[in-house]
Design a protein around this ligand. Structure first.
Ligand code: 5GP
Length: 117
């Protein structure tokens, strides 16, 4: 199976500004932001989507939410931000490497692109 774009960023095969990194995850800016602040929290472990995560990923998932909270604070959006995980193609997922969207800034409504009826 070929690497996902996010795996290639994690492996430094594609240049990308990594805003935060620890042993479990990275944070980057979305290349096509849907809000003034649009970050992606991405686990280093390849989990294709949330529904494919397992019991052993519980700590990792909790850690990712902790990083969401810290990044929201760092970017000054902690008062109002949206957290989105698209799970599956029909839900708008395009990169099959789990990631959490963190959206904030001037808007509080979810961008329509991230909502599938
Ligand atoms: P999804 O649609 O899978 O929930 O979200 C994938 C997100 O990754 C999209 O918002 C898209 O703009 C972003 N994205 C895709 N390729 C790249 C890339 O090469 N670099 C960055 N920083 N973001 C990307």
């Amino acid at each position: 199976m070929s690497k996902t774009i996010f795996q290639r960023i994690i492996d430094r095969e594609i240049p990308s500004e990594i805003l935060y990194e620890d042993e479990l995850c990275i944070v980057i800016k979305d290349i096509a932001p849907k809000a003034p602040v649009h970050l992606l929290v991405i686990p280093k472990k390849l989990i294709s989507k949330l529904s494919e995560s397992s019991e052993e990923d519980t700590n990792l998932l909790g850690h990712m939410l902790k990083i969401v909270r810290e990044m929201a604070r760092n970017y000054g959006i902690e008062e109002a931000f949206n957290v989105v995980i698209n799970n599956g193609e029909k839900a708008g997922q395009t990169v099959f490497h789990l990631h959490i969207h963190v959206l904030g800034g001037n808007q509080v409504e979810l961008p329509s692109e991230l909502i599938t009826d």
